[in-house]
Write a new protein. Sequence first.
Length: 228
Amino acid sequence: MVKLTYFGHAAFAIIGDNASILIDPWFKGNTLAAPLPDDFKADLILVTHGHYDHLGDAIELSQKFGSPILAVSELARYCLGLGAKAMVGHFGGTFKFDFGWVKFVPAWHSSSVGQKEFIYTGNPCGFLVHCGEKTIYHAGDTCLFSDMKLIGETAPIDVALLPIGDRVTMGMEDALRAVKLLQPKVVIPMHYNTWEAINQDPYKFKLMVEGDTPAKCIVLDPGQGHEL
Ligand code: NI
Ligand code: MN
């Protein structure tokens, strides 16, 4: 059994028999975030890009759990420089673990740390995570791109975590097109309603997905989970 928990924005935990994986763990500063349970221990932290709403608390959590951050070269080295554990990967690269594997896939966005002066943190990415015989795709922040078809062909996707907030990522129309390229069994929308600028009705997206594709769309509130 694999359990997916949504903490808000783009933050998820994947909990399998052999692993607890955090993705884009942003808690501090996100008033809508559900807190990380006290007994939670991350074995691995995946970070899609350097923006504060994704890198979030990753460095602190890596120090707390002693768990490595898996990120593209520049971002991983930035984390290492601040005392976190980190492993360097890049697009096309697959890391094998006891629980399964993690593959770096592209995302179309930017990646930097800072608000006035910017530290370049490499290319943004998405992740395919294979855990407990289930495959989960976290798209990161991205627009729609046709190579999502290739990502969907890598392994049958059980759950696709897709941004729908618009403005800085795909909106709902493009996320629907992404579902058609990826062909996942289940879609969970993310990266919406955190700020007014990305307010969306996820239940409208659910109607769009379920009316136009075979996929099921599950809307999670922060703190809610889904078992695969
Ligand atoms: Ni971003
Ligand atoms: Mn973002």
